[in-house]
Design a protein. Structure first.
Length: 270
């Protein structure tokens, strides 16, 4: 049976041997409770025609767990600030390589490659399924989604240690690879069978999900790995001094809380 673990673990197993690989393989498989909650929420969403308000709450809150391009760009900005402020850097070439790897994560999102901003693709998907763009109203934003984004912004943009930001990005990219691969067939079946979308309408509506499938997010993950190792070299940092377990656990617990809350609101409406 296809689930998040079955999609994510083969990618990790294909990594070159490293401390990061050991940490990821040690702690990600232990998060099955969070994975199960997330999988259940997507299964429930795509099991039937949903009330409009539930769709609005779903897409607004879900969007807060996915919009990472500006965050990644912010981490890159923090790295260039080191040079701008003449902070000590052991290897500036390695720092440039780290920034270069990090920026490759957002090429597609920011339409540096491709012609359409990914935020526009998400807007098209959510607006088409909800039938209008009222879903953008903050009244449809769950507190758990606010908490997730606040935690991620704290790790990535406000924690003094940029390595924490890079490791958080690493976890986000490998998780997102699993999520988009998991949900694409579910969303396609849902729109075709329950909403009577044609194949062409379905393809256009779900472009945001499909463009992240295949090598896209997988490549983003490996760019994040490269960014970590080059930054460590640039700043003479021992990556093995970092424990990935709390980042992995916090990320998935907060993500699963968002998805669980969305579905609980639906159940309470009946």
């Amino acid at each position: 049976m296809t689930n998040l673990s079955s999609i994510i673990l083969p990618v990790l197993q294909g990594m070159e041997e490293s401390y990061l690989k050991d940490q990821l393989l040690k702690f990600l498989p232990n998060q099955q409770e969070s994975f199960s909650k997330i999988e259940k929420s997507f299964n429930q969403l795509t099991s039937k025609v949903q009330e409009k308000e539930h769709l609005q709450r779903f897409f607004h809150s879900w969007s807060q767990t996915n919009n990472s391009a500006m965050t990644v760009a912010g981490i890159s900005n923090r790295m260039t600030m080191l040079v701008h402020k003449n902070q000590p850097v052991a290897d500036e070439k390695a720092l440039l390589q780290s920034i270069t790897s990090l920026n490759r994560i957002v090429d597609e999102d920011l339409a540096v490659v491709g012609r359409i901003l990914h935020s526009q693709m998400f807007y098209t998907m959510a607006t088409t399924i909800c039938t209008d763009d009222d879903w953008l109203s903050r009244k449809y934003l769950n507190q758990s989604a606010c908490d997730f984004k606040a935690w991620k912004d704290q790790n990535s943009l406000r924690n003094k240690d940029i390595m924490i930001a890079l490791l958080t990005t690493l976890i986000h990219e490998i998780y997102t690879h699993g999520e988009v691969e998991l949900i694409l067939p579910k969303f396609k079946s849902w729109l075709i069978n329950d909403y009577n979308f044609s194949e062409e309408e379905c393809e256009k509506t779900l472009a945001w999900i499909s463009v992240h499938c295949g090598p896209t997010e997988k490549n983003h993950f490996f760019f994040a790995v490269s960014a970590v190792f080059h930054y460590a070299k640039a700043k003479n940092i021992d990556v093995e001094a970092y424990d990935l377990e709390p980042i992995i656990k916090d990320y998935l617990e907060k993500k699963s809380a968002v998805m669980e809350d969305i579905m609980e609101l639906e159940e309470l409406s009946f």
